[in-house]
Design a protein around this ligand. Structure first.
Ligand code: NAG
Ligand code: CU
Length: 193
């Protein structure tokens, strides 16, 4: 009887350790500032993350708007990743704020790759395509976690200037960052009630 009670208690404690689903969001802000442009293109939106169980993948739903939407430079393929640290303000140089995110989230110490590669940075999420100045898409990652020691809560998302070559670019930057250029928008991932 005692054994059963202990077992039951242990099972309950384990079950209570983590509640699912877990939801998180990053509010994203930034701009493209190009010396050839008369005005900067503003970027704002969010990335919503959810995980249904400990074994389930993490699904990221993006809704990002470029303003003005009609600027011809906005609709190009762009790298999108989870980076290691939350965003902290850099008052000296606002255009460098997304640098505070640090490198790609890579606790397993692998080379850069694609979201579907078995071995890649955990934070590698591939490319996103703006259409008519808006990115509305969903990315599924088998490698991200919203709980435990490799949780991405408190880390950040970064949107890049150019396409991510996913490790296949044959240049040194390719295996580190996908050679996707500067960081044009970013935001810290926070837990959602
Ligand atoms: C995306 O965000 C805009 C507001 O910026 C909102 O009007 C729209 O409904 C959102 N779309 C999706 C698919 O969530
Ligand atoms: Cu990145």
């Amino acid at each position: 009887m005692m054994k059963i009670a202990v077992l039951l208690l242990a099972t309950l404690c384990l079950a209570n350790a983590q509640k699912f689903p877990i939801n998180a969001v990053a509010l994203i802000g930034g701009a493209i500032i190009d010396s050839n442009m008369q005005e900067p293109v503003m970027i704002f939106g969010d990335a919503k993350f959810s995980q249904q169980s400990a074994q389930a993948p993490v699904i990221a739903r993006l809704n990002i708007t470029f303003m003005p939407t009609t600027n011809p430079i906005v609709n190009q393929l762009r790298g999108f990743h989870v980076h290691s640290f939350g965003i902290s303000n850099n008052m000296n140089e606002p255009s460098q704020t997304c640098e505070s995110a640090g490198p790609h989230w890579n606790p397993t110490g692998t080379n850069h790759g694609s979201v579907t590669d078995l071995r890649s940075h955990l934070g590698d999420l591939g490319n996103v395509q703006p259409v008519n100045g808006r990115i509305v898409t969903q990315i599924t990652s088998q490698k991200l976690q919203l709980f435990g020691e490799n949780s991405i809560i408190g880390r950040s998302v970064v949107l890049h200037e150019r396409a991510d070559d996913q490790g296949l670019g044959n240049v040194p930057m390719s295996l580190k960052s996908g050679n996707s250029g500067s960081r044009i928008a970013c935001g810290t991932i926070g837990i959602v009630n």
